[in-house]
Write a protein that binds this ligand. Structure first.
Ligand code: ZN
Length: 334
């Protein structure tokens, strides 16, 4: 039997524990809401509170975020001893502290410094794709794996990486920005050869053309449906029609899976994970993990074992849960 990897405990015994069981707090910061969750030592949610996200004003934004941290501190009974982490849809440069995000007002602002000033202590921040990967690595679909990639396929394509139960250092504070890797030319050639499909390259929101995201995201899959079915179907409707035996809908899903298999191969070649956990709206397509495992198997290098491909277990709580686990890990390091 090979040695089992050491699995970090979710909330170690040497961490503070309140009489109500509270052990950590996590905040999922989104474009419309700031959701705070209080967790016990088994990472079960004890309490949760949502506030609307101030969309424009950085000062109001910091105030709302600090109010959520204080609510967690007070509700736990542990005050500032409670480990609290924040997951956010953007980047924080670890050297300068300056942020960059599309949906929250942190671009060019120093959020870590502003928050530390408001609270009197630093609060660990991490990208929400990293939070997702960490959440699934610890007590989720990636439990038992040492190197877990969380791949989110929704309105965009993003990924995070957790190693040995830690989110790890990122030079730019980013996640794995794999949605903006270009579609490989050999994959497009194979589409022509196998399915007779000549795929046009689309402009991407990042300013380039032909990124994976343009075809693999929810809007990308709807675009593929329009090209080959003549109707811009929602992914769930497309999956339904394929499940009902409609050949053209099945071909659209095959094109999507073919390209997704190439992305999985890129992830394996670059990062060699034990496990890839799928999240986001497209992970709800019935059987998608089997479809994508088969797509990777077709292109995988024979010398490498296939990673486990699994569906996320923690759904909407992943951002807050991963942020709380990150804060616990940071607290242990101090
Ligand atoms: Zn792009």
């Amino acid at each position: 039997m090979p040695a089992q990897p050491d699995q970090p405990r979710l909330a170690p015994a040497d961490m503070p524990r309140a009489s109500n069981g509270a052990s950590s707090g996590g905040i999922d910061l989104g474009g419309t809401k700031i959701e705070a969750r209080l967790f016990d030592a088994q990472m079960q949610t004890l309490d949760t509170r949502r506030l609307p996200t101030p969309a424009e004003d950085f000062t109001a934004f910091v105030k709302a975020l600090a109010a959520q941290v204080r609510w967690l501190e007070e509700t736990s009974g542990l005050g500032a001893a409670l480990p609290v982490g924040i997951g956010l849809p953007g980047l924080i440069d670890p050297e300068s502290g300056l942020g960059f995000a599309a949906n929250i007002p942190i671009t060019g602002q120093n959020l870590p410094a502003a928050l530390a000033e408001a609270l009197g202590r630093p609060v660990p921040l991490l990208n929400d794709c990293q939070a997702f990967a960490l959440s699934e690595a610890l007590g989720g679909a990636g439990t038992g794996a040492r190197r877990v990639i969380g791949l989110i396929m929704g309105t965009g394509i993003g990924a995070g990486l957790a190693q040995d139960g830690r989110a790890g250092y990122r030079a730019n504070g980013s996640a794995l920005e794999v949605g903006h890797i270009g579609l490989p030319s050999h994959a497009l050639q194979e589409l022509r050869d196998r399915l007779g499909v000549d795929l046009a390259l689309r402009d991407c929101g990042c300013g380039r053309r032909g990124c994976f995201e343009t075809c693999l995201s929810g809007p990308g899959l709807s675009w593929l449906a329009r090209q080959y079915l003549g109707a811009e179907l929602e992914p769930a409707d497309l999956a339904q029609r394929a499940g009902d035996g409609e050949r053209a809908a099945e071909v659209v899903l095959q094109i999507w899976a073919h390209l997704a298999g190439e992305l999985l191969l890129t992830l394996q070649l670059a990062h060699d994970p034990d496990c890839i956990v799928l999240g986001g709206g497209l992970s709800q397509i019935p059987g998608v993990e089997l479809r994508l495992a088969a797509a990777l198997e077709r292109v995988r290098l024979g010398s490498m074992r296939a990673p486990k491909i699994a569906i996320a277990q923690h759904g909407d709580s992943s951002g807050a849960r991963g942020a709380a686990l990150h804060a616990l890990a940071q607290a242990r390091d101090i």
